[in-house]
Ligand binder design. Sequence first.
Ligand code: SF4
Length: 304
Amino acid sequence: MSSLVSRSGGAKLRAQVKKDKGSQRQLDLTTGILDHFNSLHSVDYWPDKKIEQQLIDDDQKDINSSFSDVGLVNGVIMFSPSSASKCPRELFFKATKTKKDKVTAFPYQRRWTRNSTAVHRAVQKDLLYAEKVLPAPLFRVKKTPDGRPSWEKNIAHVVQVEHEGTAFQLYGMMDAILEYTPDGSTVGFEFKTKSTTIAAVGDFKMKEASSDHVTQCSGYSLLFGVDEFLIVYESVAKDSWMKGEEARPDMRAFYIEVKDEDRTRLLDKFAEIAENYYSGEISRPDYSKCLFCPYKTRCKEVGL
Ligand code: SF4
């Protein structure tokens, strides 16, 4: 496997991971997932009918599933891991169905998100092909009781929570739940794209995983009972085609271990917003999170 990896610059990626310092576990998992993708992307392989059909079935399930099927309880505020790091007031406005600002998305911005979504799906497909193509895959996608890959709508569910006497519900799904084959442990997989330049995933600009993405893992931990996560970033922009072996790495991986204090911190935040929701008192603002907030007009009216 190592010869496959070196052909695609995997040795350089491993050296970069080592520079990020950390435990042996962190090193094993982060180098492991990058090797996993690089090994797959170093070989040619034919389409597999079963895998392709599985992905079509998944898409079909997505189309046919309804948000109302998931078992949410009426009148109980809901939170999702993907928005766990957002401003408390924004989450309050969302829960109370406050009118959003009209946001104009430029065509190139829509293509930006379209490309990211497509890469996201391609990476999930890679995970299935890696299991089939690689002689000793380091990761396998865990399967649901009905044999589907453990990701997206296949694992979407709701958990009812009572924290410090306040009730709320968590709803979400993940990019994938993986088995790390050397020891059979369960690892959450979260995939993110960067679309600006290859430097966005370089070790100068990216010293660690985004704190928002780490908080998201705490939410997944509450929903799925997983403690270890790999957050993998891929730059959609690549280095020059002609660079070959010298090309700058386009993927980074970070290992996150969610601890009790991380889960408690998030539960405290959700409970605080939930209390506001039930009492009607508008939640506190966090002005460091305003960039993509769709409630700026209403927030300004409310003031501090
Ligand atoms: S505008 Fe900023 S402070 Fe106000 S709700 Fe949105 S994110 Fe929070």
